[in-house]
Design a binder for this molecule. Structure first.
Ligand SMILES: Cc1cc2nc3c(=O)[nH]c(=O)nc-3n(C[C@H](O)[C@H](O)[C@H](O)COP(=O)(O)OP(=O)(O)OC[C@H]3O[C@@H](n4cnc5c(N)ncnc54)[C@H](O)[C@@H]3O)c2cc1C
Length: 306
C-alpha cells in the first residue's frame, strides 16, 4: 500500500489524532467544507444553500459498520428525521438520500437491512423524494443488488450504484440500464481478482459502462470529478440523443465546487453528495487516503476556496 495512504489510515484509527483534528480551528473549517455538520438541522441548512445555487443534493448520514441493531435503528431514525425536515422546508423535490446498507444492519442480517431500508424508502416516498443505495466493498455487491431488487418492487425509483473498477460491472450496467443508476469508479481497496487495478483500465471501463447506461432507457447518474470523464459522458449523452434532463452529474460536497456550479449553469442537472453526522472523521480520512493527490487538495483547501 502507498505509505502515505497507510499513514493516513493509521491516523484515522488514532483517537488522539481524531480529537486533535476535531478541535483545531483550521481543520474544523476543512471538515465543514467536506461534511455538512453533525446534525439534521445543519444538513438541511447546507442543502438549502446548495439548492439556492441551482444544485440538487443527495444526503448521506455517516454511520457505517453497524454492529448492533440499536445502532442500525439510530441510523434509520436519523434518516426519518431528515426526510421529515426536508419535506417541511420544501426541499424534498431537490434532495434525495443515499443509504449504506451496512449502516442499517446488512452485516448482521440481510433481512434486517431490507426492513430498515424499506422504512427509509417509505418515508422518502411520503416526503416526496427517493433513496439511492450506496455500493460498498465487493463482498456486499450481490446482497445489495438483491435488497435493491426487493425495494424496487414497492419503490421502483430506488437508485442503484455500480462501480466501474469491478470487472462484473459492465454486465450489471447492461442488466440495470433501464433504471436509475449511479456510476462511480469505486472507493474500496479491492483484490485484482475482482477489480481493475490500473486506473486507466478503470476509466476505460467507466466509459464502456456509461455507454451501456446511456443506451438504455433509464436515468444514469454519473458520479465523478474527473474532467476527462465528464467531457466524454457529455459527448456520449449528446450522441445518444439524451437531453440535459435525462441524466445527471454527481460530485461530493466540497470537491470541485466551481465545476459543480459551472455544469449547473450550462443547464446540466448536478447533484451534490452531502455527508453529515457525528461519524464524520472516518469519511474525511477515507477521502484523504483515497489518492495522494487528495492530500495535496486537502492542504490547498486550507488556504483556498476555489
Ligand atoms: C456522488 C458520489 C457518490 C459516490 N458513491 C459511491 C458509492 O456508492 N460507492 C463507492 O464505492 N464509491 C462512491 N463514490 C466514490 C467514487 O467511487 C470515487 O472513489 C471518487 O469519486 C473518486 O473518483 P473520481 O471519479 O472523482 O476520480 P479520481 O480518479 O479520484 O480523480 C480523477 C480526476 O478528477 C479530478 N479530481 C478528483 N478529485 C479532485 C479534487 N478533490 N479536487 C480537484 N480535482 C479532483 C482530478 O483531475 C483527478 O485527476 C462516490 C462519488 C461521488 C462523487
Amino acid at each position: 500500500m502507498n505509505p502515505l495512504r497507510s499513514l493516513i489510515l493509521a491516523a484515522a484509527g488514532n483517537e488522539a489524532v481524531r480529537r486533535a483534528v476535531a478541535s483545531a480551528p483550521l481543520s474544523r473549517d476543512v471538515v465543514r467544507r467536506f461534511v455538512a455538520g453533525e446534525t439534521v438541522a445543519s444538513a438541511v441548512d447546507v442543502t438549502g444553500d446548495l439548492v439556492e445555487n441551482g444544485l440538487r443534493v443527495t444526503l448521506d448520514y455517516l454511520g457505517e459498520d453497524t454492529t448492533d441493531r440499536a445502532q442500525a435503528e439510530r441510523t434509520v431514525q436519523a434518516y426519518l428525521a431528515l426526510l421529515d425536515q426536508l419535506h417541511d422546508v420544501g426541499l424534498a423535490a431537490d434532495a434525495e438520500v443515499s443509504v449504506k446498507l451496512s449502516a442499517v444492519g446488512q452485516a448482521l442480517d440481510e433481512r434486517l437491512a431490507l426492513d430498515n431500508a424499506s422504512r427509509v424508502c417509505a418515508a422518502a416516498e411520503q416526503a416526496g423524494t427517493t433513496v439511492t443505495l450506496d455500493m460498498e466493498d465487493h463482498t456486499t455487491t450481490d446482497s445489495t443488488l438483491r435488497v435493491l431488487e426487493e425495494l424496487r418492487r414497492a419503490w421502483p425509483s430506488t437508485g442503484a450504484v455500480l462501480q466501474a473498477y469491478l470487472r462484473r460491472t459492465l454486465d450489471d450496467c447492461v442488466a440495470l440500464a433501464g433504471t436509475r443508476v449511479r456510476l462511480c469508479k469505486g472507493a474500496y481497496a479491492e483484490p485484482a481478482s475482482v477489480a481493475y487495478a490500473d486506473p486507466h483500465e478503470v476509466d476505460l471501463n467507466y466509459v464502456r459502462c456509461a455507454n451501456a447506461l446511456l443506451a438504455g432507457g433509464g436515468y444514469p447518474m454519473f458520479a465523478t470529478h474527473d474532467p476527462r470523464l465528464i467531457e466524454i459522458v457529455g459527448e456520449r449523452a449528446r450522441w445518444y440523443g439524451r437531453s440535459v434532463e435525462d441524466f445527471e452529474f454527481q460530485m461530493l460536497y466540497g470537491v470541485r465546487p466551481t465545476e459543480q456550479r459551472r455544469l449547473a449553469a450550462e443547464g446540466h442537472v448536478v447533484r451534490v453528495y452531502v455527508p453529515f453526522g457525528e461519524q464524520w472523521y472516518g469519511y474525511l480520512m477515507r477521502r484523504l487516503a483515497e489518492r495522494p493527490a487528495n492530500v495535496a487538495f486537502f492542504l490547498r483547501s486550507l488556504v483556498s476556496r476555489s
